[in-house]
Design a protein around this ligand. Sequence first.
Ligand code: GLA
Ligand code: ZN
Length: 675
Amino acid sequence: MNKRTVFPAFLHGGDYNPDQWLNYPEILKKDVELMKEAHVNCVSLGIFAWAKLEPSEGNYQLDWMAEIIDRLYENGIYTILATPSGAKPMWMSEKYPEIRRVSGATGHRELSGNRHNHCYTSPVYREKVRQINTVLAERFSRHPGVILWHLSNEYGGECHCELCQQAFRDWLREKYGTIEALNHAWWADFWSHTYSDFSQITSPMVGGEHSIHGLTLDWKRFVTHQTVDFMRAEIDAVRAVNPDLPVTTNMMGWYDGLNYYKFGPYVDIVSWDNYPRWHTANNVDIAADAAAAHDIMRSVKRAPWLLMESTPSMTNWQPTSTLKRPGMHMTSSLQAVAHGSDSVQYFQWRKGRGSFEKFHGAVVDHYGGSDTRVFRDVAAVGSRLEEMKPLLETEVRPQVAVVYDVENRWALEDSAGPRRAGIGYTDDVHAWHRAFWEQGIPVDMIDMECDDLSRYKVIAAPMLYMYRAGFEKKLREFVENGGILVGTYNTGIVNDTDLCYLGGWPGETMDLFGLWNEEIDSLPEGATNAMVCRGEGHRRYTVRDLCAIVHAKGAEVLAEYDDDFYKGTPALTVNRYGQGKAYYVAARAEADFLRDFCTKLADDAGVVRALNTALPYGVVPMMRTDETGKAVVFVQNFTGETKPLMLNETCTVFETGEKTDALTLAPYETVILLK
Ligand code: GLA
Ligand code: ZN
């Protein structure tokens, strides 16, 4: 099922761990009362409950869970049911040591304990997971209260055990066929690392090989492959019982251990866990970062998604457990909705009494009552979401995309030059995203396997160092058909196994950009150059870090460097190609450049903004539209100050029905407008 998954309402609730409270029947009863009071309509159940579901091998104890699911359902609360593979029971990891991971940092097998640390190759673990998933599916997957599978929890990490090493070698054999092909693809003759047999290959781990970039890249790809394969085995188990119950797994935004885009085809709906560090730095910067993460996650399927976790107050694992200031809970929750989420879910419903997360924020504190600030904030979000039910028909439909490719990220961050001081890929992706976000323009974050570029008017592709999946051809077609493309320095350097292109950069797109990039200068920390625009105004922007030295070969030069031996050479170019245009930004420019440039791009391309008005700093409108294009706009104030906003058009305030052409936003306030 790869279509939009529609729930009966915006989901509101969170991780519920009654397995920790089975000795407290009064509290379990009270939970349901409190949930109703908090306008909770959905919980995620049993994520770490395996030891209670199967206290000894094959001894399944599901009655307690049945009682909970029934009670919730009778009270109008849905269940997202977890498969419990995220944490393995003690008896299991002691009896079957092979299910424990071998750490890449130490080379040793871990002891029993912790979580998210199973071997994803181990046939024993896969079988144990298949069994428990089957048992859960048989008992609960047709329960009318159960609406979705929550597969495992935050898949992540690597295992370097012998089973995984062998699976890696098999994967490589399948990919390359012969050892000669692998040696060439990895440039393994370097330092005499030529392999004569697949059995000589080991994962990049402590004491092992780290100098073959193709190997490191393929290992990361293998980790994703094996994790997806593990997840698919989980899906097979539950679908064998009931093919109709949709599945999700909760992801982690910018997390770089996995290529989430590879999960897209197999989950029915994407969900993710969002923990911005509100109030620990400039909240507008934090909001920009969260916005980009929401957009990455939505773009995995380019469809509505679920906020699976967020904190109602503070976390416990960040350096400071800073409380959300009044207003921030509403605004951070609705930010997810503005970016396409059909839920606001929390970690966690109730604070546990002991162990690592006893001080993590929760809807219900150890205190136990509903007369708390956090509880009231949560209830307010729940009741607002109820009123917003008609808006479920809308979703985010961007006309702009920024390319964020995780495999490109892996290759770039391992590239050993031109900037070992930090290549800044995610900073660039973030900066380009932000330049559109700040203007109230929705953005998709697409990867290179994206097959449908035609829906976009503008694509910004910072540092496409590695071309893969034929992306250079897709870009060419996009521009030919009238699209506006922006490329930058450090683009088109290597192919998909990290071998540099012969014949000049940017590889196969030299004619698309109409230039040749001969060298890249990496400036020392703090050093700058500048780009000066030709034409009116001669605006000057500071550039730093990376300066590509290029020769225009057909492209028009829009700006040139102002300093150093490459003064006067192109710093910004545009090439007309087919019906479209391909811009090349040769150096990493200051935020003002990105802001001015992206405004011009959006204007030229006729991109629709959420609001057509001047926005005060920190006020960002985002929009969801229905199938006819009718927009609902979430105007959010991410600052602690009151902000006036002229709308330039008359809008209707969603909740009151009042017509208005101006707003005054309180600190951290969100106003929902219908256009
Ligand atoms: C993650 C996990 C949760 C919990 C939270 C705490 O997102 O999925 O189980 O540990 O972090 O912030
Ligand atoms: Zn393993």
